[in-house]
Design a protein around this ligand. Structure first.
Ligand code: COA
Length: 271
């Protein structure tokens, strides 16, 4: 896999590849993996490389250290942008963070967040944007931006209300109070809660259960669901139809149908 050039000692995001599944690790453990601009930019660069690499079929995204997935936007750094005024704050902080969560949400390969600890602010917003998420029993969530005198800015006012419903989202956004993995599960923010030691194996297992399927079909499902959620049902059905139409000429659809008819396991080629 081509990866952006970084010194491993200081790389803000670590990357490894195991059997088609890339693991990205936010790597500022002494800052609770707070999302400074370098970390966001490195994550985006890794996603660019992964998107075009056929050897990577899915991504597991987690945090380094034993305390945090991510404590959110780097407050010291974005305070500087705020001090420079609206244009700088919007360009440097809001647009960058929104582009990151939009990229994760629309990424054509499945992204599974493994929430290994605190997921506050931007850490929670990444979890909201990801296709799937598994939380450790040690995870802890919060939307604490209100305590800083601001609303969330990485999509945090938009995606949680769509996921969990307006009143549940507003209660969390307006109080800034912490919530448990069990509450996150109940709200549909995560797919499962597992013992801490089982977190990465559980996320990797979920990835493996997906990547055995045709990559183009996986991508089509992600696209149809993600785009469709933000449209009316008629337009959503049109997207679904278009995604199916894209599959019709592919070798993988022919193979999936033939394998079923022959009673054998399909062998997908990604085309
Ligand atoms: N931005 C920048 N630095 C952060 C950070 C953030 N969002 N969250 C934690 N850090 C840094 C701390 O400044 C500290 O660095 P230092 O050792 O150089 O002083 C280090 O990470 C450890 O955090 P600390 O606050 O000492 O840990 P704690 O256990 O006392 O508190 C939190 C943990 C999560 C409650 C606290 O760090 C916090 O409130 N963070 C901000 C959460 C937030 O508001 N996120 C949304 C931002 S938009």
């Amino acid at each position: 896999m081509h990866t952006p050039r970084q010194s491993p000692a200081v790389a803000p995001v670590l990357v490894s590849l195991d059997d088609g599944i890339a693991r990205l690790t936010l790597n500022r453990p002494d800052k609770l993996n707070a999302l400074n601009y370098a970390t966001i930019d490195a994550l985006m660069a890794h996603l660019d490389a992964i998107e075009t690499d056929p050897a990577v079929r899915a991504v597991v995204l987690t945090g380094a250290g034993d305390r945090a997935f991510s404590a959110g936007g780097d407050i010291r750094e974005f305070s500087g942008s705020v001090a420079r005024g609206v244009a700088a704050a919007t360009q440097e902080f809001v647009r960058r963070g929104q582009a990151m969560t939009a990229r994760i949400e629309a990424f054509p390969k499945p992204i599974i967040v493994a929430v290994n600890g605190l997921a506050f602010g931007g850490g929670c917003e990444i979890t909201e944007a990801a296709h799937l998420a598994i939380a450790s029993e040690r995870a802890l969530f919060a939307k604490p931006e209100i305590r800083l005198g601001m609303p969330p800015t990485f999509g945090g006012t938009q995606r949680l209300s769509r996921l969990a419903g307006r009143k549940r989202a507003l209660a969390l956004l307006l109080t800034g109070e912490r919530f448990s993995p069990a509450q996150a599960l109940e709200m549909g923010l995560v797919n499962a809660v597992v013992p801490h030691d089982e977190l990465i194996p559980a996320a990797s297992d979920l990835a493996r259960r997906i990547v055995r399927h045709a990559p183009l079909a996986v991508s089509a499902v992600i696209t149809a669901v993600t785009r469709g959620l933000n449209m009316g049902i008629a337009e959503g059905l049109q997207v679904e139809s278009e995604q199916f139409a894209r599959m019709v000429p592919t070798a993988d659809l022919a193979e999936g149908l033939a394998a079923w008819i022959d009673g054998r396991e399909p062998l997908y080629q990604g085309r």
